[in-house]
Design a protein around this ligand. Sequence first.
Ligand SMILES: Cc1cc2nc3c(=O)[nH]c(=O)nc-3n(C[C@H](O)[C@H](O)[C@H](O)COP(=O)(O)O)c2cc1C
Length: 198
Amino acid sequence: MHGVHSDVLEKKQPDTGFDIHPVIRKRWSPRSFSERPITAGQVKELVEAARWAPSSMNEQPWKYAYALRGTDGFETLLDFLSPGNQPWAKNAAALILMMARTTFASNGRPNAWAVHDLGMANAQLVLQAAHRDIYTHLMGGFDKEGVMQFLGPGEDIEPVCIAALGYLGDPDQLEEPYLSRERAKRIRKPIDEILVAI
Ligand SMILES: Cc1cc2nc3c(=O)[nH]c(=O)nc-3n(C[C@H](O)[C@H](O)[C@H](O)COP(=O)(O)O)c2cc1C
């Protein structure tokens, strides 16, 4: 598979009981990123995929802010990440701040589905990335208050997560505990635990 770090890649491909879409099987959240950069145009393509997600009232509550590695914006976003995320996320080719507008633009009422709908858009973004061999790692571990202060007062925008993304790198560049996690098999609850017939 792509010739790079194929031992890890193979391990990350789950045995799915069904013929799910190959790109869904392929996606996983790495911590090792290569030095190969990605461009603003590539980030735009991923957000184009996100744009076409369904949303309550077609509100499209998602907002994204990105920074490419080597820019001041990248350092700014990196600084907001929790200490457990910074050591590996610093090697990502880009960071994307993923936000949701929590009220409906038309009437100002709370949008109870805003974070759900951002999640739908994010799912499309990460799958489009996997399609391009770009791997994403979403993080809830960041200083949300700090990001909100940085954004300044404005519309009801909630920072929900920050994604690290890039091409896969050599897992051996990671230190513990990240190295073992990089080599671990992906696990999920059994389907009967999450699906019932009523
Ligand atoms: C909203 C969200 C927040 C997450 N926060 C973190 C985080 O702060 N740090 C981290 O290392 N991984 C984080 N993850 C990654 C999950 O741990 C990972 O998706 C999960 O273990 C499943 O692994 P997989 O994505 O490789 O299938 C987060 C994922 C999501 C969707």
